[in-house]
Design a protein around this ligand. Structure first.
Ligand code: IPE
Ligand code: IPE
Ligand code: MG
Length: 249
């Protein structure tokens, strides 16, 4: 029954207006665990299946870019034991999933200050990115130690340096230049932002890039998020009218 329902939803998706880039704020792992009287870490562990289904769901539809907010610059302020568990989970997941990424022709990338992650994570990420670098079906980007403000500060520093070195004049600073200095310089802006677990905020994610993204917020907690939820989000997106500030007749 579930299967049939999933198929129905998928068939409603129009391939001509598919979002090219979907970004997700994967939220609600802690609440999911709490609901069953378990530790927060239990929620993080159960989030992996949601990541798998979302990545697979996007790839099979033909979405070119999927960006997942996995760890924010503010998440360091959580209890050390939770941060540690998240980092370990990152290492073990990358280790176990890289083969599947390759099988599905998915390239792994990161945005964020990965130099601030534990060495074991950096190593695992570097290996997985190297192994998947020629895959062409979809780019799966993990935002790790990422913050929109961090990214903009980094871009501002680079521009200040270029100006100090006499490479550019103030009037040459443009949207294009700023874009080119962001961690996302090689991808289009997200067409669709999904946030799970009902919170109505951006939480320092892709501040510049979300300027004209359609926002879809669901009460589903991230560990419960399945392909059918992804399909629902895309169908809702396809019913929107994207105006980009213009008046449409
Ligand atoms: C999202 O779930 C995972 C990360 C931010 C790493 P949370 O851990 O934020 O779960 P809630 O929001 O407390 O339920
Ligand atoms: C946003 O979720 C960060 C990630 C999903 C990695 P948070 O749970 O950290 O955000 P707030 O605290 O609810 O804003
Ligand atoms: Mg949260």
């Amino acid at each position: 029954m579930d299967e049939i329902f999933t198929m129905d939803l998928k068939e409603q998706i129009k391939t001509e207006i598919l979002p090219q880039h979907i970004a997700v704020i994967m939220d609600g792992n802690g609440r999911w665990a709490k609901k069953q009287g378990a530790m927060r870490v239990f929620g993080h562990r159960n989030a992996i299946q949601s990541v798998r289904e979302t990545a697979e769901g996007c790839a099979e539809l033909g979405v070119k870019f999927l960006t997942l907010y996995a760890f924010s610059t503010e998440n360091w302020n959580r209890p050390a034991i939770e941060v540690e568990a998240l980092m370990q989970l990152l290492v073990s997941t990358i280790r176990s999933e890289t083969k599947t990424l390759t099988k599905n022709n998915i390239r792994l990338a990161t945005i964020g200050d990965t130099s601030g992650l534990p060495k074991s994570c950096q190593k695992e990420l570097a290996e997985a990115m190297e192994e998947t670098k020629d895959n062409t079906r979809m780019t799966l980007t993990l935002a790790l130690n990422y913050g929109g403000r961090w990214e903009l500060v980094e871009a501002a520093k680079r521009i200040a340096q270029m100006a100090a070195d006499g490479q550019i004049k103030p009037e040459q600073v443009s949207e294009q230049l700023i874009n080119s200095l962001l961690a996302t310089h090689d991808m289009p802006d997200p067409d669709l932002l999904i946030r799970t677990s009902g919170e109505l905020r951006i939480s320092n994610f892709l501040l510049w890039q979300l300027a004209y993204s359609e926002i879809y917020i669901t009460d589903v907690l991230w560990p419960d998020f399945r392909k059918k939820d992804l399909h629902e989000a895309i169908i809702a997106y396809q019913q929107r009218e994207r105006r980009f500030g213009k008046v449409l007749s």
